[in-house]
Design a protein around this ligand. Structure first.
Ligand code: AMP
Length: 549
């Protein structure tokens, strides 16, 4: 590719493993190996004096330095209660995630011999607003320009469309990774990828299958040795079991049994874990994925999608044979396909990143030739000679550049509303944007002031999985607040218009409008869930000064 066209890289920031990819000059997505020559890097961060070590070495040190090693940080994204302190400094999940990203970027830059500045980062479709924002900030703290946050199943569907099948199809993407589960229906067409519906659980993944084995080993150890101690209270044992169990879980994907040795304070027990036992211990977790899949299919049916053509499985945990077996049992007409479990998301995201950079270039050239503003440029209506010109300059085939013109349309994975008081003086969440609405979307609703002479309105913004128009507050979480200052002397019930605008990436913008005196405010969501202001600047500064190994 010539340097006239900005290269954008793709990062899959996973719960247990992460990866980085780009599209090569033949239009093929390629994963860039890390310095240890592996295509995936453990998402494990080891604070080691003035250095931060990420990846395999960090994972190996989990046992030796349990208080200095952070694992599974993705599960804590935007959790205001997360606390990790090292040498007197508190680190938020986005800062720790930034170090994982820096390791990927550093190794990839070295491998390719070029600087990496712009990226697309993937996240579970099921992430809410704050988790998405935290993911974006992780990229920014790492010193990158985050061009977009892309949903993981959309990435997988893009890769599937490019690598496996270009026909028009309705695809179900079942994505079970290390820490999250997403189920998404996608309508893939030659000129567009439409996400129809999405569902899932951001706290259901391979780690939960591991935990079930750990608990079984603890119980069996007690039975076999007669020792009644809770061996997990010994941090060394706990760390050791995490590693052992993940390894043996993978063995059980190939073999019918795995012998595991547990030692504690001189006592030793050999415990044989069979695949049948493992499946029994984790049956309810698998059932939860099936139940979430059925819920999502019900939602899809309401949108006119009662059938699908393909069932694809992505995410490392779909290698467990019981997953495919159970899906075949539930959907006998389907032949579920394991599709590059570790690579599909990042490769699709790389294709998406290429689409972004080619789209930028096409728009720039149309703007230059026609004098149109970038907003007026329609991607599907670009003169052939400009498409050819970009293909020549970028070193891609005409087909690759044309393919970048396909539309990708998403839905919101959550409902968003405000907390309001109804006529009976009871608090209710009133949803403005409902889950599975296509994005971008803009919705305005009218509310009224609660008392006369009210000076301010506190807009409490709520996020929920519930798709009802109104619901009890306990079924939603508060994701931020905003204050609208009112003019004096307003009567009770004076009209206030609240507008929610959700963009393609699931970022929410809120405006409030006091109708009588026509006072409009753009509302900045204040949230304690993600790092902001000075704290953010300090995190960026720390990251700049830090060596990542
Ligand atoms: P991902 O987030 O897609 O990288 O998936 C990581 C998860 O997949 C981790 O929980 C791994 O333990 C799990 N995993 C990877 N390979 C296998 C395998 N062969 N059998 C079972 N689980 C696996």
């Amino acid at each position: 590719m010539t340097n006239q066209i900005k290269k954008i890289f793709a990062i899959d920031l996973g719960t247990t493993y992460s990866a980085i990819a780009y599209v090569d000059e033949h239009g093929k997505p390629v994963i860039i190996p890390n310095a240890e020559n592996q295509s995936i890097t453990p998402s494990v961060v080891f604070f080691d004096g003035d250095n931060v070590i990420v990846g395999d070495i960090a994972k190996e040190n989990t046992k030796l330095y349990p208080n200095e090693v952070v694992t599974l940080i993705k599960r804590s994204m935007a959790d205001p209660n997360f606390l990790f302190e090292y040498h007197g400094t508190e680190y938020k999940p986005e800062e720790i995630s930034a170090y994982i990203i820096r390791k990927l970027i550093k190794d990839a830059s070295q491998e390719l011999g070029e600087e990496i500045s712009d990226v697309v980062i993937t996240c579970p479709a099921y992430f809410g607003i704050n988790e998405r924002e935290a993911t974006r900030l992780a990229g920014e703290i790492a010193g990158l320009k985050v061009r977009q946050i892309l949903n993981e199943p959309t990435g997988a569907a893009i890769a599937y469309g490019k690598i496996e099948s270009t026909e028009e199809k309705v695809i179900l993407v079942y994505d079970l990774g290390g820490g999250t589960f997403d189920i998404t229906m996608i309508h893939s067409k030659p000129d567009a990828i439409d996400v129809i519906c999405t569902g899932g659980d951001k706290e259901l993944g391979g780690k939960d299958w591991d935990d079930r084995i750990i608990q079984y080993l603890v119980d069996q150890f007690q039975v076999k040795t007669g020792c009644n101690d809770n061996i997990l209270e010994d941090i060394d044992i706990w760390q050791d079991l995490q590693l052992t169990v993940e390894k043996n879980k993978k063995t059980l994907s190939q073999r019918a049994k795995a012998p595991i040795i547990v030692t504690y304070h001189g006592e030793r027990a050999k415990i044989e874990l069979t695949r049948d036992k493992f499946e029994e211990l984790t049956q309810d977790l698998l059932e939860r994925t099936i139940s979430l899949t059925k819920d999502m299919l019900l939602e899809a049916r309401k949108k006119g999608y009662s059938k699908f053509d393909e069932f694809i499985l992505v995410g490392g945990s779909t290698r467990m044979p019981q997953i495919i077996k159970r899906i075949e049992q539930e959907f006998p007409a389907m032949k579920p396909k394991l599709f590059s479990p570790d690579e599909a998301v990042v490769k699709g995201a790389a294709l998406y990143a290429l689409k972004l950079s080619l789209n930028d270039e096409l728009s720039k050239r149309v703007t230059k030739h026609s004098g149109k503003s970038p907003a007026e440029v329609k991607l599907n209506d670009i003169p052939e000679e400009i498409v050819q010109e970009v293909a020549d300059d970028a070193g891609f085939t005409l087909a690759t550049v044309k393919h970048s013109q396909i539309a990708i349309r998403n839905v919101t994975s959550k409902s968003f509303g405000v907390l309001a008081v109804n006529e009976d003086n009871k608090e209710r969440v009133v949803n403005l944007v409902l889950k599975n609405t296509p994005v971008p979307t803009k919705i305005t609703e009218n509310f009224g002031t609660h008392v006369s002479n009210q000076e301010t309105v506190e807009i409490i913004i709520m996020e929920t999985d519930v798709t009802d128009k109104e619901l009890q507050p306990e079924h939603a979480i508060e994701i931020g607040t905003a204050i609208l200052t009112l003019p004096p002397n307003l009567k009770t019930g004076s009209p206030i218009e609240i507008t929610f605008t959700l963009n393609e990436e699931g970022r929410l913008q809120i405006t409030a409008f006091e109708v009588i005196q026509a006072k409009k405010v753009s509302v900045i969501i204040e949230t304690s869930s993600v790092i902001q202001g000075e704290q953010l600047e300090q995190a960026k500064e720390r990251s700049r000064k830090l060596m990542i190994c």
